[in-house]
Design a binder for this molecule. Structure first.
Ligand code: SF4
Ligand code: SF4
Ligand code: SF4
Length: 535
């Protein structure tokens, strides 16, 4: 430890507080005040800051990383303010956050503040998920930078980052995030948060990428944080006093954070709800066309119904973008991003859907030769539709959130496609009552994963915060109860329409039902969160 660093630690090291200390502190200066006073007095402050940034460039296999001394962090949020000011962030936008870990055990009193920002991961989820390649990982320093001019504001990186680091700016229509103050670093100056911390709790260090590889699936940066395996974050949290904070299994200690102890309603993403519901209804109708053989005007009407639903659905997604004029770039990230692949899959599906509908119409009008294309076109459209829908499902599965697991999401979306497809088919082909009832039952099967959550929410009481299914169920039983009520109402409306043989109303009811169901899928998503993420 350098002399300068030692001096700071001696001056600002946390102490065991006695009542008279607290009373004295009240009469004197706050931590930030005293830092500012010291800053004015110190004659060597430039050198002091340099003690908190490495003076060498990382070598091969190494990179820069934040190092946080948990024993020193007092939770004053001077780092948050400094970051906000230096980067001129919007109101409510925070690139650095401070969370708190506490213990539920009365005999183990713990109040631990955790300062956290981007972890400049070895395998960044944000970078892999971005469909327009708006992220780059600097080869030399390992810093993960966001390229603001490339971003079109789809917000997918906010789902792909397990630490919820990228922040969406409504004003700019893009996301932004911490770049480790790379300009300052390149000049040998400390990042604003490092410089502002009155307790010298944050510094930049050089780590090997190997050292950031987690030893187990459960290993996390700090207690209650998401598992490190998916992205391999590089931040090094250190503590000499409370080693339990860095252990994977902290259940014995009863450690919890605001984020692990409470559930909050997530964004329902209405444009995505419309896109998924309508495009899946379209895929469903084309699937029915593949396995049945209606003829004449019924086939053409079904094809155009499917095309209409698909076109409206795909265009609804544009309302999700902060900068929709740049939507044409969506294919750029196809090598790594499921969002790019979805755009390619659904784009091909829609092109095939429109073409096959036109071919069917021309064939019915008596144009010679085109009739041969109808059957291959129908099958091609059905297959492309399922490929596009699979990519849609993978977008959410790839986030690693357990309530969006592969089995749950594929089950949910497959039955949505089949249910809506059959009801859409029945609304024009006028299927008999029994068939429509079966289609309604298919639709209901899609809700089984959410029904399991609802049941667990009432019957499973775990205090570790790990059972995200039960927590999602509790959210639905409380804040989301009105939407769950809507779901029940819409299923009855659909059923009554089927009884009254008003198949077109049944289709509208089922589309509304699945839209609300998809909204709940997004809004009730509970996942392991980093301490501070909810602040
Ligand atoms: S913490 Fe999130 S935003 Fe930062 S590099 Fe990792 S995945 Fe990307
Ligand atoms: S384009 Fe989307 S995924 Fe890429 S940085 Fe912007 S918001 Fe994130
Ligand atoms: S390094 Fe810079 S951008 Fe990142 S949290 Fe600190 S002050 Fe903010």
């Amino acid at each position: 430890m350098s002399v300068i660093e030692d001096r700071i630690r001696t001056q600002f090291a946390p102490r065991y507080l006695r009542l008279e200390d607290l009373l004295n502190d009240q009469r004197t200066m706050s931590a930030v005040d005293s830092f500012s006073y010291w800053h004015e007095q110190a004659d060597l402050h430039q050198e002091v800051y340099r003690a908190f940034v490495p003076m060498t460039v990382p070598e091969a296999g190494e990179q820069y990383a934040f190092e946080v001394d948990l024993d020193a962090c007092s939770g004053c949020k001077a780092c948050v303010v400094a970051c906000h000011n230096l980067n001129d962030l919007d109101e409510g936008e925070t690139w650095r956050k401070v969370g708190t870990i506490t213990s539920t055990k009365a005999d183990l009193p713990v109040v631990q503040h955790v300062t956290t920002a981007c972890h400049h991961c070895v395998d960044p989820g944000c970078l892999k998920g971005c469909p327009v390649k708006a992220y780059e990982k600097d080869e030399r320093t390992g810093i993960v930078k966001h390229l603001d001019d490339q971003c079109f504001g789809c917000k997918y990186c906010t789902m792909m980052c397990p630490y919820e680091v990228p922040q969406y700016s409504k004003r700019l229509g893009i996301v932004r995030k911490c770049d480790m103050c790379s300009q300052r670093l390149s000049m040998g100056a400390a990042p604003a948060c490092v410089q502002a911390c009155p307790n010298a709790a944050i510094r930049i260090s050089v780590v090997t990428r190997e050292q950031c590889r987690p030893a187990s699936r459960e290993e996390a940066l700090v207690a209650t944080a998401p598992a490190s395996l998916p992205t391999q974050p590089t931040t090094q949290f250190k503590t000499a006093r409370r080693s339990a904070l860095l252990q994977s299994n902290t259940s014995n200690w009863g450690l919890q954070s605001l984020e692990s102890a409470t559930e909050s309603v997530q964004d329902g993403h209405w444009p995505l709800v419309a896109m998924l519901t309508l495009s899946q209804a379209s895929v469903g109708v084309w699937s029915c066309l593949c396995i049945s053989s209606p003829s004449g005007p019924v086939t053409i009407a079904l094809a155009w119904l499917a095309t209409f639903l698909g076109v409206v659905g795909v265009h609804a997604a544009l309302f999700h973008l902060g900068r929709p004029l740049y939507a044409y770039r969506v294919f750029l990230g196809w090598r790594t991003s499921w969002l790019s692949r979805e755009a390619i899959g659904l784009g091909a599906f829609m092109a095939s859907s429109v073409t096959t509908s036109v071919v069917m119409t021309l064939s019915a009008l008596g144009f010679q030769g085109v009739g041969l294309l109808v059957t291959p076109g129908t099958y091609a459209t059905g297959i492309l539709g399922w490929i596009g829908a699979y990519c849609s499902a993978m977008i959410y599965i790839a986030t690693g959130r357990r309530v969006w697991s592969w089995s749950r999401t594929i089950w949910d979306m497959a039955w949505t496609i089949l249910g809506l497809g059959c009801l859409g088919y029945g609304s024009i082909a006028v299927l008999p009552y029994g068939w429509m009832w079966g289609a309604w039952a298919f639709s209901m099967l899609a809700t089984i994963p959410k029904c399991i959550d609802l049941w667990r929410g009432d019957h499973v009481h775990d205090t570790s915060g790990q059972d995200v299914s039960a927590r999602s169920g509790r959210l639905m039983r409380q804040e989301l109860m009105p939407q769950v009520g809507w779901l029940l109402n819409l299923s009855f409306i659909t059923l009554i329409a089927i009884f009254m043989e008003r198949n077109e109303i049944a289709l509208l009811g089922a589309i509304a039902f699945h839209a609300v169901h998809r909204w709940i899928y997004f809004a009730s998503c509970v996942f392991q969160r980093m301490p501070g993420a909810a602040t």
